[in-house]
Design a protein around this ligand. Sequence first.
Ligand code: AMP
Length: 314
Amino acid sequence: MAEEKLLTDIQLLLQPGTLPQKVIEQTQHARECGKLLSIQTEHEFVEQNDVSFLVRIVSSLNHKDKAKRQQEQASASSGKEFNPFLPYDEDLFVANISDTHVCLLNKFNVVEHHILIVTKEFEEQDNILNMQDFAALAVCLAEIDGLGFYNGGQVAGASQRHKHLQLVPCLLSPEDCQIPIEAAFSSTLTQPTIATAPALPFAHAIAPLDLDWQKSPLEAAAATLRCYHALMQAVGLQVDSNNSSVKQPKPYNLLITRRWMLLVPRSQEGYESIQVNSLGFAGALLVRNPEQMQRLKELGPINLLRQVGMPPQG
Ligand code: AMP
């Protein structure tokens, strides 16, 4: 079978048990040498449909905007698109995860220890995910309990064309690893089937995961790849599971924890100037100013997600 052949081809390079410490040490190093430009925020909770959304508001000078403008200028003057991941900044390098993926620190992090899982060779962000991607993600999730995610294309919140998955340790506090949106579907997780949650009025599909991540990241990768294809199919995004280089049929957000996977197709990048990526669908939104915070409260966070998602299936 193609899946087994691919699995045996994958070489994992990370020594098990070392990633959390490497992330901590590299964060300290990158901060000391001025390469980590964390975005400072304050936060409030905004509730709708029993989900308590963590809404962050940017409070510091936004280095990311400045970097984006510089990136656009550099691309315009060189005629070549700037790629921050090829080559990547050595000061942000955390570890070699596999023969195909490296782990980097997110240079403009909002959440402490936000890591990127980036392909070593250039690949398009709007290609569908493959076994190598899930193997690298499984290695990282086995090491760090948190939220893995993928912004499938620009409309889904991706700001870089070079393929990258992401992982944030925990959205709230290390003691409480509950992802806010989970409150809307936790009761479905007891069933071993793909489900939808009535409290989420946009197209989506949820699957429970019951895997031994530490014992065999590769087995977890194979299982999560199968689950990804099943969720894509459930939301009507048909992909050819034997062809790993195909473009995704539509933009989507993929969220994955050790216990579940959620897939949400997207219609637009933002609504009323509030941008949404996978973290928004986890229940952690980011607004840029008090006006956006006010508008979000009037609108309701679930209604914002409905606007940037697709109408519910069936
Ligand atoms: P996304 O915006 O979801 O596509 O994720 C890409 C992430 O890459 C963003 O969150 C940026 O903060 C981050 N980023 C941008 N430039 C760099 C860089 N030079 N090194 C590491 N991370 C970067």
